[in-house]
Design a protein around this ligand. Sequence first.
Ligand SMILES: Nc1ncnc2c1ncn2[C@@H]1O[C@H](COP(=O)(O)OP(=O)(O)O)[C@@H](O)[C@H]1O
Ligand SMILES: [Mg+2]
Length: 264
Amino acid sequence: MKVISFINEKGGTCKTTLAVNLGAYFALYKKKRVLLIDMDSQGHVGKSLGLDVRNAPITVFELLTDKHVSVAETLMSTRIENLDIIAANKRLAEFPQTVARRADNTRLLSKRLEELEADESEKYDYVFIDAPPSLGLITRNIIAASHSVVLPVALTYLSMDGCAEVVASINQVRADEGIENPGLGLVVPTLYRPTNLANAIIVKLNTYFPEQLSQIVVSYNVQIDEAQSFGQTVWEYAPSSRGAAMLEKLALELYRKVLARKAG
Ligand SMILES: Nc1ncnc2c1ncn2[C@@H]1O[C@H](COP(=O)(O)OP(=O)(O)O)[C@@H](O)[C@H]1O
Ligand SMILES: [Mg+2]
């Protein structure tokens, strides 16, 4: 079971879009068993898949805060075979204060994933975690539970700032928890439009992340945006679009550089 998280403290960098569409890609086309975990109280993973999660009684919040809730109880299946989710909704916003006094409050997610991995009846190949736009306790839990981090960077003004913050957070959590993983697996430029500014940011990213920068740049693409607004993946909404072709190439690059590797 390989655990990959999509992290950037900024909103609107395509974390959710990539987690959902890439997760669905491996379930649909590579017959992998994929679990998407929503760790953002906005509940966009569920919404992106057309599921109403606002009133879901058992979500990731209960998974992390209530020891009487089993991992199996939190799993929701989707229209897509082999793709399950653990949903989030507004209640997740209460997570930091609910667990503030617990000494293990940065390892609650990793403990649950260890249980999941030990459970013979629920075998996932990949777990993709969608992070919130902040670097607080929720993101610390995500980092501590991940083998590798995907950092989507929107090619807009100030976008580089967020990258340094994510790298610093990864290093901090590794040091605090005394763990080897995660590594930064892939840096993905997103929402590309052919402007001088966007091209200059890609050049900078290449200097900072020569190993991790993805060859695939995710262009601004209307079908990808529309798919999410209809609660569908791009594979369902516009499978032969340019957006789908682009995300397929990115999925294959993620596979080569991160998922197929033995180490984190
Ligand atoms: N390649 C793309 N082209 C155009 N719009 C996109 C693309 N990818 C994502 N979007 C849209 O951008 C918005 C932000 O994406 P989202 O994945 O929700 O970001 P985040 O999870 O980082 O906040 C969404 O409305 C989404 O549909
Ligand atoms: Mg999101």
